[in-house]
Design a protein around this ligand. Structure first.
Ligand code: NAI
Length: 281
């Protein structure tokens, strides 16, 4: 599979486009409008420039030459694999999968979602080809983190799962683990309640954000603390994943604390808006 498409060129979509283009794939990124497309291209360029400065790629232009950023979803019609990476909103993703089903004409094309928490089944059943719909869940930052979770629904074919595995492992050089189609899969089902606990601890005044994060970095050898990680993920995405987990399991440990909700209401979304638990330049 050499032709890939990404729908949504945000934090994750631009990263997925980058690793695909760096692996030699022909890449189409679809964004929702001209401004967002410009932002997606800018993100990609800056990340490739950082990779070139570190000697990880020879030429930014060579990699960028394999990428088209467009606003017309029809551009993914001929793709072998399309990865959806739009906002974590079930209604938006369902609507998009309906559209992809009518647009993508490649026989056996894989229609993948990078969702963190929305059941793959809900996306598969709105298409005429649920056997070709799968979760391919990358981790942030995509060019750095090796893991991909493969999430077949009950209706995904074994062939789709194995071709997806070959694509991420042999094609992109990532490492895959297999997960059941349950909200949060493996990593977020463990990580999100941990982050929510840290937010509750901070909210209660038990410890400062800096001390909570330093505690986990220095005491548990985490590369960064849970509040800095929430800022990196994006507080809107963190809240959306928590809500999906709560909806699925109805366990209090998945309930988004009021502070997280207020910060999202305020637009304090973490690194991407310059302020979350920390302030960024
Ligand atoms: P983001 O907010 O940075 O990017 C979403 C992008 O999708 C935006 O650029 C937006 O303009 C675009 N978009 C929205 N609707 C669209 C449409 N109909 N067509 C085309 N483009 C559209 O969000 P982020 O963080 O990249 O998350 C994307 C997905 O990846 C979500 O499902 C999220 O749960 C998942 N994810 C996020 C991770 C993270 O650490 N942020 C990690 C792993 C998965």
């Amino acid at each position: 599979m050499k032709n890939m498409g990404v729908v949504g060129g945000g934090l994750m979509g631009s990263g997925i486009a980058e690793v695909s283009a760096r692996a030699g794939q022909d890449v189409v990124v679809v964004e929702s409008g001209e401004e967002a497309a410009k932002a997606a291209l800018g993100r990609l360029e800056r990340s490739l420039e950082r990779a070139a400065a570190k000697g990880k790629i020879d030429s930014v232009d060579e990699v960028l030459g394999r990428v088209r950023v467009v606003t017309d979803l029809d551009a993914v019609a001929d793709r072998d694999v399309v990865v959806e990476a739009i906002v974590e909103d079930e209604a938006a993703k369902v609507a998009l999968f309906r559209q992809l089903d009518t647009i993508v004409t490649t026989p056996d094309a894989i229609l993948a979602s990078n969702t963190s928490s929305i059941p793959i089944m809900k996306l598969g059943v709105v298409t005429s080809r649920p056997q070709q719909v799968i979760g391919i869940h990358f981790f942030n930052p995509v060019p750095v983190l090796q893991l991909v979770e493969l999430v077949p629904s009950l209706l995904t074919s074994g062939d789709t799962t194995e071709r997806s595995r070959a694509w991420v492992q042999d094609g992109l050089g990532k490492q895959a683990i297999d997960c059941q189609d349950r909200a949060g899969f493996v990593v977020n089902a463990l990580l999100i309640p941990f982050i929510l606990s840290a937010i509750r601890m901070f909210e209660s005044g038990f410890a400062s954000a800096e001390d909570i994060d330093r505690g986990l970095v220095l005491g548990a050898a985490h590369p960064q603390g849970p509040l800095a990680l929430a800022d990196l993920i994006g507080l809107d995405t963190t809240k959306a994943v928590a809500e999906s987990l709560y909806e699925e399991f109805k366990e209090p440990l998945y309930a988004a604390p009021p502070l997280l909700q207020r910060m999202v209401d305020a637009g304090l979304l973490g690194r991407k808006t310059g302020r979350g638990f920390y302030t960024y330049g």
